[in-house]
Design a protein around this ligand. Structure first.
Ligand code: UDP
Length: 453
C-alpha cells in the first residue's frame, strides 16, 4: 500500500552554500508532514545529519573526493549530469518499489538535468534557486535575449522589470566579462532555459524582500518564495529550538568562537567572513588586516582559504583584539549578542542570514552575484554600507575602517540598525505560521498530500 504522505526527493549540489538552504528547506517540508529524502554525492553525504530527513547518496562519478578529483569544472558537471541522472533514477526506482514512492523532485538549480529525470518518471519537478530572485531574473533575461553580453562598460544604467536601475558595477560579476568565467556562465545560463517548464520555482527569499520583482515575474515563472531557510531558533532566539543547520563540510571552531564571544560586550564584535569559495589576494588580506587593527574594534575573522595570506606581524598582534579561525558555525556567530557588524562577501546565504538575524553589514563583494547583493544591502534594504574598491580593485585599509565605523557608530548607523531590525521582523513573519513563505510552503505540501491521498 502506498504511503499517504507524499515523498519528495530534495537534490542538492555538493557545496556549502547549496547544502545549507536545501537541507533546511527539506527539513521544513518534513515538519509539514511530507516524507523527505535529501540526495547528494557520496563524498558529501557523510557530512550531513538530520533526524527528520532521510539522506541518500547518488553519484557524480567522483565518489572518492568529489569535485577535487575532476580535471575541470566542465568535466565534473558533464560527469555529474550523466552519472547523476542514472543514479538518481535508480534511487527513485528503489523507493517506487517500497511503501514510499516518490511523487516530486525538488532540485538545486545547478542540476537542471534532474527535471528530465522527474519527467521520465511522470512526477512533479521543482527547481530551488539559491540566489535572490532578482539575480535569477537577470540571468533569465540574458537567456531570453532581452539583454546581450558582455554588458558594455559605458552602459550607464540597465533597466529591467521589477529591479532598480543597475550600473555595470552592480551586475553579477560574470556579465561584464563573460570570457573570464565562461564555464560558470554556461552553467548558470543553462539552468534558465528550463525554468518555465518546472511545476514550481522555489526561491530562498521572501516576498516582502523582493516584492517588485515578484510582481514583475508573475505569469512568467511559477515563482514561489519560501525563505529564508534559516532555522527558526536563530531567528527568534528560542534556546530550545533546532539549532542545527545540518551540515558542515569543514570542522567548526564553535566552542572556541562561543567562548571568546562570551567575553565580549554586546554588539561590539565585527565578524568577518568571505564564505566558502571566495579567494582573496595577499594584497587584499593585508589591507583587511590593517583596516581591522585601525578601526580599533574586536573582531572574529574566518580565514578558510586565506590564512597564509595575512601578514605575520598582524597575526602576532591580534591577541586580545581578535580571534582568527578557519571556519565557524556562522549562524551561531551572527545570532550571538556580542556581534554588532558583519563584514561579508555577500554570498546570498550570508546576506540573507545576516538580514534575517538583524546584523548590520559592511558589504565586501568579490564575484558572481555578490556585487548585486551588496548594492541591495546598501541601497534598497539599507542595512549596511558597501566598501568601495580603488583603481587596483582593492578595498583599502582606510575604506574598510571608514565602513566599519559608519556601521558601528557613524551618522548612518542608527538608520541601518533600525532597518536591520525591521527586516529581521519581516523575515520572521514570512516563515512564521500564516506568513507569506509559510503559506506558500503549505500550499505546495497540501497539493502533494491531496494527490497522494
Ligand atoms: N558559513 C559557515 N561558516 C563560516 C562561513 C560560512 O557556516 O565560517 C556558511 C554560511 O552560514 C552560509 C554558507 O556557509 O550558509 C556560505 O554561503 P554563501 O552563499 O554566503 O557563500 P558561498 O560560500 O557560497 O560563497
Amino acid at each position: 500500500m502506498n504511503n499517504q504522505r507524499g515523498h519528495v526527493i530534495v537534490l542538492t549540489y555538493p557545496a556549502q552554500g547549496h547544502i545549507n538552504p536545501l537541507l533546511q528547506f527539506a527539513k521544513r517540508l518534513a515538519s509539514k508532514g511530507l516524507k523527505v529524502t535529501l540526495a547528494t554525492t557520496h563524498y558529501t553525504v557523510k557530512s550531513i545529519h538530520s533526524a527528520t530527513v532521510g539522506v541518500e547518496p547518488i553519484s557524480d562519478g567522483f565518489d572518492e573526493a568529489g569535485f577535487k578529483q575532476a580535471p575541470s569544472l566542465e568535466a565534473y558537471l558533464d560527469s555529474f549530469k550523466s552519472v547523476g541522472s542514472k543514479t538518481l533514477a535508480e534511487l527513485i526506482s528503489k523507493f517506487n518499489d517500497s511503501a514510499s514512492p516518490v511523487n516530486c523532485i525538488v532540485y538545486d538549480s545547478l542540476l537542471p538535468w534532474a527535471l528530465h529525470v522527474a519527467r521520465q518518471f511522470g512526477i512533479y519537478g521543482a527547481v530551488f534557486l539559491t540566489n535572490s530572485a532578482s539575480v535569477c531574473s537577470m540571468y533569465w533575461h540574458i537567456h531570453h535575449g532581452h539583454l546581450t553580453l558582455p554588458v558594455k562598460q559605458e552602459t550607464e544604467q540597465l533597466l529591467l522589470p521589477g529591479l532598480p536601475p543597475l550600473g555595470i558595477s552592480n551586475l553579477p560579476g560574470f556579465l561584464g566579462q563573460p570570457a573570464v568565467a565562461s564555464a560558470y556562465l554556461t552553467l548558470i545560463l543553462e539552468k534558465f532555459g528550463l525554468l518555465e517548464e518546472n511545476d514550481w520555482v522555489f526561491c530562498n527569499s521572501f516576498e516582502e524582500l523582493e516584492s517588485e520583482l515578484v510582481k514583475a515575474m508573475k505569469g512568467l515563472w511559477p515563482l514561489v518564495m519560501t525563505g529564508p531557510t534559516v532555522p527558526s531558533a536563530y531567528l527568534d532566539q528560542q534556546i530550545n529550538g533546532d539549532r542545527t543547520y545540518g551540515a558542515s563540510l569543514w570542522e567548526l571552531s564553535s566552542d572556541q568562537c562561543l567562548r571568546w564571544l562570551e567575553t565580549q560586550p554586546p554588539k561590539s564584535v565585527v565578524y568577518v567572513s568571505f564564505g566558502s569559495m571566495a579567494d582573496i589576494t595577499s594584497q587584499q588580506a593585508e589591507e583587511i588586516a590593517w583596516g581591522l587593527i585601525a578601526s580599533n574594534v574586536h573582531f572574529l575573522l574566518v580565514a578558510r582559504n586565506s590564512g597564509d595570506k595575512f601578514p605575520s606581524s598582524f597575526l602576532n598582534s591580534v591577541q586580545g583584539r581578535g580571534l582568527i579561525v578557519p571556519w565557524c558555525n556562522q549562524l551561531e556567530v551572527l545570532a550571538h549578542p556580542a556581534v554588532g557588524c558583519f563584514v561579508t562577501h555577500c554570498g546570498w546565504n550570508s546576506t540573507l542570514e545576516a538580514l534575517s538575524i538583524g546584523v548590520p553589514m559592511v558589504a565586501f563583494p568579490q564575484w558572481s552575484d555578490q556585487p548585486t547583493n551588496a548594492m541591495f544591502v546598501e541601497e534598497l534594504w539599507r542595512v549596511g554600507v558597501k566598501a568601495k574598491k580603488n583603481k587596483e580593485g582593492i578595498v583599502s585599509r582606510d575604506e574598510l575602517e571608514m565602513c566599519i565605523m559608519e556601521v558601528m557608530v557613524g551618522t548612518k548607523s542608527e538608520e541601518i540598525k533600525e532597518n536591520a531590525s525591521k527586516w529581521r521582523k519581516l523575515a520572521i513573519r514570512a516563515v512564521s505560521s500564516g506568513g507569506s513563505s509559510d503559506k506558500n510552503i503549505n500550499e505546495f505540501v497540501g497539493k502533494l498530500m491531496k494527490e497522494r491521498g
